[in-house]
Write a protein that binds this ligand. Structure first.
Ligand code: C2E
Ligand code: MG
Ligand code: MG
Ligand code: MG
Length: 285
């Protein structure tokens, strides 16, 4: 980049932007080898039933243990993996690991009822022709029933989705796989559109949960959540809330009729054995 002696400031290099660009470039080129080298790992965050406090299952959240930069969150590398197409093999790997993990939880701990697993799908995976067959394959090889799997798709990925995009999701839903609409409420989707989508769960975005943090809760947020829950229930959808950080939020959301909750109040994302311990505590009272 040219640095003009005349001091035109807008021409000066921005070292921070450069560092970011280098890192982004570096991360992008390192991604494929990282998958081969096994640098990705998955943390699991429990999903808790608001009615009885029992562990309902867990969401799989991928991380990258980068040899130089340490642990990177998905927001750092998922967009890069989407851009390069690596998201397809990476997403398949996450699905396979998570489904196996769910089966292992079920085998090791039959007392706590079925353990369900939620896995995030990126829009690129939705358009990939192997999605249905890969998923069937992975479930069969692990011996996990389809109803124990929930695939999370963001609301924005399905906005304006045509039938071709919905077809694979519909087939999975017919097999018994749950489809959840993730980050719901952030995407300006037409609520009437919900009827068209093969989803069975709304995952209310964390921004609504944040409105419940103060006491009394933000009255507008209360009304909105109340409305979404009643609409969802009238369409036979269940409502999961994410980002629950306090007991007051949990109680408020329970009163509003939300079905399932997830957040630091219950547990941070962690290694697979953490869920095992939580479920064990739950099962033995
Ligand atoms: P998400 O699916 O909405 O996941 C929830 C995010 O909220 C996670 O961030 C989780 O760690 C965080 N979280 C959970 N409880 C709390 C809380 O009480 N307070 C706050 N402030 N945050 C909470 P994370 O792990 O950084 O993941 C970010 C996003 O990356 C996910 O958002 C998801 O969209 C995406 N992602 C994660 N794993 C995968 C994956 O395997 N494939 C794809 N395509 N996307 C993934
Ligand atoms: Mg999610
Ligand atoms: Mg979410
Ligand atoms: Mg979110």
């Amino acid at each position: 980049r040219a640095k003009s002696a005349g001091g035109n400031r807008y021409e000066l290099a921005d070292p921070e932007a450069d560092a970011r660009a280098i890192t982004r470039h570096g991360l992008t080129t390192a991604l494929p080898a990282a998958l081969d080298r096994g640098e990705f790992f998955i943390e699991y965050q429990p999903l808790v039933r608001l009615g009885d406090g029992g562990v309902h299952g867990a969401e799989a959240l991928v991380r990258w243990l980068h040899p130089q930069h340490g642990v990177l969150g998905p927001d750092r590398f998922i967009p890069l993996a989407e851009h390069t197409g690596l998201i397809v093999p990476l997403g398949r790997w996450v699905l396979e690991q998570s489904v196996r993990q769910a089966r292992e939880w079920q085998d090791r701990h039959t007392g706590a009822g079925p353990v369900r697993i939620n896995v995030n799908l990126s829009p690129c995976q939705l358009t990939h022709p192997g999605l249905v067959s890969d998923t069937v394959d992975i479930l069969e090889r692990a011996g996990l029933e389809p109803s124990a799997l929930c695939l999370e798709v963001t609301e924005s990925a399905l906005i304006g989705a045509d039938d071709d995009l919905l077809k694979p999701l519909r087939r999975l839903a017919e097999m018994g796989v749950d489809i959840a609409l993730d980050d719901f409420g952030t995407g300006y989707s037409n609520l009437a559109n919900l009827r068209r989508l093969p989803v069975s769960i709304l995952k209310l975005d964390r921004s609504f949960t944040q409105g419940m943090q103060q006491f009394p809760a933000d009255p507008v947020d209360l009304k909105i959540v109340e409305g979404i829950v009643s609409l969802a229930h009238s369409l036979d959808l269940s409502v999961t809330v994410e980002g629950v950080e306090t007991g007051a939020q949990a109680e408020q959301l329970r009163i509003l009729g939300c079905d399932t909750a997830q957040g630091w109040y219950y547990a941070r994302p962690g290694p697979p054995d953490r869920l095992h311990e939580l479920a064990l505590v739950d099962a033995t009272g």
